[in-house]
Design a protein around this ligand. Sequence first.
Ligand code: BES
Ligand code: MN
Length: 465
Amino acid sequence: MTDVNTILAEADKALDQSLDRLFDLVRIPSISTDTAYKEDCRRAAERIVADLSGLGFSAALRDTPGHPMVVAHFEPKGATGKVPHFLFYGHYDVQPPDPLDKWMTPPFQPEKRTGKDGIVRLYGRGTADDKGQLMTFIEAMRAWITTTGTLPLKATILIEGEEESGSPSLIPFLKQNRGELSCDAAFVCDTNMWDEKTPAITTRLRGMVKDEITITGPRVDLHSGAYGGPAANPIRILSRLLSKLHDKNGKVTIPGFYEGVSDLPKEVKVQWQKLKFSDRKFLREVGLSVPAGEKGKGALEQVWARPTAEVNGIWGGYMGAGTKTVIPSQAHAKLTFRLVGKQKPEKILKAFRAFAKAEVPKDCRIDFAAYGSGSPASEIAGTSPLIRKSAKALKDEFGRDTALIGSGGSIPIVRYFKDILGMDSVLIGFGLNDDALHSPNEKYNLSSFHRGIRSWVRILAALAR
Ligand code: BES
Ligand code: MN
């Protein structure tokens, strides 16, 4: 068998070309939540299909009612006996880039820049979430194939195009392709390291459910002098409703909200304390200093193990230049709930809607947009042999123990791999907290990309053993 160092050397040598391929993918604005970018989503999928076909995968673009999936298979050459079969997952879709004026360089014109701190960063929407990450395993496979002519295991790659919009086509797709997609386990590359020097495997993800409300009061916008007082103002109704979502201790007040949420087990608390996380630094990095959220709970516990109700956007009434004395006809808000433990997304949505309706006077109306049923949280045991093997491979690359961490974000597919395909996931990614996911100036460190590729080279070797 080829020495893993030979393959690592190939990955190092090819880094510039790997980067070119990543930048070509980042140039395609595959924004899944905005229908104006439907063709771009398709182009991104086609590009990945072409790339994988060139590597010897049997790769195909697979249509869904939404954006297409990419599915590719690789049969190792000269394999004898039973070879392990793993699935590798990433997503080619990205979040909208706005506010555009906050970007130092255009979001879909990727750029490599060296900071004053000497760190080389790759800027562009999707460099970290998730194009840079999914390219780490593809480029690692390329290094294996270039060096040895094959991969040391059977690989299936699934690249989704709707992750950032809640994966509406995913459940039927997994159900229809159960046989083809069921593997020994899935490797999901869409999460973070602990810090730039310390690799991590994520064992908890929050679930999520979304809603959007529109409150309608008077039939049309009214003169606020002529009607101010007797006429209900939808913006005031909306603000009162939103302000009632949390009590003074930061707890969500929706009846039944905490059903299925358990307190953090003592041993987990102890394990997280050992990570020596600085809440102050965490807030300072985003320009804040006063801890918000649930009283008495630290930032890690809140982000990794507690549910939230957040308002993501609010609008209505006059928003142009200057002033306008008006009582608006409508007010709107977008909300998301992050879920943990056994919280059920459908139940949370129902409870929120009942809560919201009760706040609206009977001559006004409230409407809710349909954004699907959401997805529950995932918890993965940190003790499986696959996690141990992967943690060891990561340690070999970084020279440091691999941290087992949680994540506050959501990756709906992890739960569906388990529930629909009976397949466990191993979550390994090379992102950093300051990558500015979903924000302006998203970046991926060049070292994340490079060591990510090298890590997968090692993980593939370890999995084959
Ligand atoms: N990669 C993120 C999840 C993530 C965030 C992992 C931070 C680790 C750290 C993922 O692509 C994402 O953003 N998911 C969305 C899903 C949603 C739209 C259903 C999220 O969490 O908001
Ligand atoms: Mn992602």
